[in-house]
Ligand binder design. Structure first.
Ligand SMILES: NC(=O)c1ccc[n+]([C@@H]2O[C@H](COP(=O)([O-])OP(=O)(O)OC[C@H]3O[C@@H](n4cnc5c(N)ncnc54)[C@H](OP(=O)(O)O)[C@@H]3O)[C@@H](O)[C@H]2O)c1
Length: 270
């Protein structure tokens, strides 16, 4: 059996997942990527694409089984698949909010439950949960998306303590805005209340401006490679200037001053 490390990356058809699959494959890993529609995904050299919808128990089980049947092991899981739901919290329906959690949070929970038996048997493994700066500091008008990342942070914190005795490490990546195709797929709540129109519009423009000048997906991929090659990966990896500066300000500024800065960033009071 090959001693090439086996990596499974959810959502490798685009953005961070695609960039990470390419980088890891280039660095000698045996990489499996996923898409809900793998036939339509752009091919990445030496990366096998599998079908996966993280909202489905059956799809998750089939995907993990396919990797294990092919290689006999799963060394690294990168939980990257997600989408963004935007809109004022009053506008977002319970169904829209549940769907957001079903992908961004329960999708990770499903994947972790499916790979852990293999990793425990191997007595080693790495899980990387792709979170965000919005998992430690919410974005207005993207509150449910932010909440799904906050949930992921709390879940990962506890998971880390439970699985470390099995020599399995779980880490979080926390990047600020990135320039990826995600910004063009953002879902907006079906309902819109005119009372929020002005601020919602201003916040969406501010978010778009930040994304346009943001770094690309490679910033996160390089950190994921660093986590995988580290002997003892940390719990949290802040990525990029925006995430590092914002979390420092959040920590050291008085709460009201930090909130004022955020309101001004997202043009809520102008
Ligand atoms: N973009 C940013 O500003 C930013 C900043 C910080 C953190 N992040 C995080 O980085 C990660 C990747 O984001 P990205 O910007 O690279 O987004 P992206 O380009 O939109 O890629 C998202 C990936 O998730 C997959 N996906 C979506 N729903 C899925 C589902 N139900 N089941 C399986 N796969 C699904 C998509 O694959 P298919 O559609 O082919 O199935 C796609 O490959 C996300 O966790 C995101 O929250 C993004």
């Amino acid at each position: 059996m090959s001693n090439q490390k086996v990596v499974l990356i959810t959502g490798a058809s685009s953005g961070v997942g695609q960039s990470t699959a390419g980088l890891l494959s280039h660095n000698g890993y045996n990489v499996f990527g996923t898409s809900r529609n793998p036939a339509a995904a752009v091919g990445i050299p030496n990366v096998k694409m599998l079908p996966l919808d993280v909202t489905s128990d059956d799809s998750v089980a089939a995907c993990v089984k396919a990797v294990a049947n092919d290689t006999g092991r799963i060394d690294v899981l990168v939980n990257n698949a997600a989408y963004e739901l935007a809109g004022a919290l009053e506008e977002i329906s319970i169904e829209e909010a549940k769907a957001q959690f079903e992908t961004n949070f329960f999708g990770v929970v499903r994947m972790v439950k499916a790979v852990l038996p293999y990793m425990r048997q191997q007595k080693q493994g790495r899980i990387i949960n792709v979170s965000s700066l919005s998992g430690v500091s919410s974005i207005p008008f993207m509150g449910i998306y932010s909440a799904s990342k906050f949930a992921l942070e709390g879940y990962t914190d506890a998971l880390r303590m439970e699985i470390k005795p099995f020599n399995i490490y779980v880490s979080l990546t926390e990047a600020g805005f990135l320039k990826t195709p995600m910004m063009n797929k953002r879902q907006v709540s079906a309902a819109q209340l005119e009372e929020y129109d002005l601020r919602r519009r201003r916040a969406f423009i501010a978010i778009r401006d930040q994304e346009q000048k943001a770094p690309g997906a490679e910033l996160v991929s390089q950190t994921i490679l660093r986590i995988i090659t580290s002997n003892k990966p940390r719990l949290r990896y802040l990525i990029g200037t925006q995430a590092k500066v914002a979390t420092r300000l959040q920590r050291f500024l008085p709460e009201a001053a930090y909130e004022w800065g955020k309101r001004s960033t997202f043009k809520l009071d102008k």
